[in-house]
Design a protein around this ligand. Structure first.
Ligand SMILES: [Fe+2]
Length: 288
């Protein structure tokens, strides 16, 4: 039976922390795993299945490529389903992007133009994924570095249409919104205003780096590296998102230059405090 979904913040369980978490069972509200880390690693899978008896688990696939024009990798989906059946996770999620092409896995999560053709392709694939996995899929908004000139819809309108066609849920990555808004020059708070709130089932917060770009006019680009503490701008945006969406399970997403596990859980506690303060200020405003 799927355990009740917490509304507090959880942390990613990466392979570097697996043995420590298995041995010491540190406090954490829930853990997110990438199934691709465990599918070909029986020892890691054994530890994970043991850990899953004590923590709610969220499964976040980086290999289910819903945007691939060449179709879904059904073998991979079958393997992910096998793991899901053993873990009984609280949520299953993945990206609005494509990362495979003709059977090859690419390292990056690549973007799609937002138009009617992409909506049709994505809707078919999301329906197929939800049928194959036997549960709702949480689709994550990407971090963007370039817009497509031939997009005919905003990202939020595109996500709203996918929810309408498939009944999928959404994973709102607040840091991705900040990164994309800075890189593409739009208002992150307005993006949250337009995000389909009723479909939000989870949120993400992750660190990014700022790189200087050479050119006639030097500019800065934000790169979504998941390698740093959460930026103050992202915390502000998170408080705003919590006021709009309500409390949601929120992941501290840290994948590179991993710190001690306790640093992740400290960030999760900060997320809980920020959410409580944001909701407190809503209640205060209503009372006044
Ligand atoms: Fe994310």
């Amino acid at each position: 039976m799927t355990p009740r979904i917490p509304t507090t913040a959880g942390v990613g369980l990466r392979l570097q922390h697996l043995a420590e978490v298995a041995a010491t069972r540190p406090p954490a509200a829930w853990l997110e795993i990438h199934p691709e880390n465990f599918l070909a690693n029986p020892h890691a899978r054994e530890l994970l299945e043991d850990i899953a008896r004590d923590y709610p688990i969220s499964v976040h696939s980086v290999g289910v490529s819903v945007g691939s024009v060449g179709g879904l990798d059904r073998q991979h989906l079958g393997r992910v389903r096998g793991l899901i059946d053993r873990l009984d996770p609280i949520m299953v999620s993945g990206h609005l992007a494509w990362s495979t092409h003709e059977g090859d896995y690419l390292n990056d999560l690549l973007p799609l133009p937002y138009d009617a053709e992409s909506v049709a392709l994505l809707a078919d694939h999301i329906n197929e994924v939800q049928d194959a996995l036997g549960r709702p899929y949480h689709l994550e908004n990407p971090s963007s570095y370039l817009g497509f000139a031939h997009s005919t819809m905003t990202e939020t309108a595109f996500l709203t249409e996918l929810v309408r066609r498939t009944g999928c849920r959404l994973l709102c990555d607040v840091s991705n919104i900040h990164v994309s808004a800075q890189n593409l020059g739009y208002d992150a708070f307005r993006y949250i205003d337009e995000f389909p709130a009723e479909a939000v089932g989870e949120m993400h917060l992750g660190g990014f780096v700022v790189e200087d770009e050479d050119g006639p006019e030097p500019t800065q680009v934000l790169i979504d590296t998941h390698s740093r503490p959460i930026d103050e701008n992202a915390w502000d945006l998170y408080a705003y998102a919590v006021r709009r969406f309500g409390p949601k399970p929120t992941l501290i997403e840290w994948d590179n230059d991993l710190p001690a596990f306790a640093t992740l859980t400290d960030e999760a506690r900060r997320a809980d405090r920020v959410a409580a303060e944001a909701l407190g200020s809503v209640r205060h405003a209503v009372a006044v």
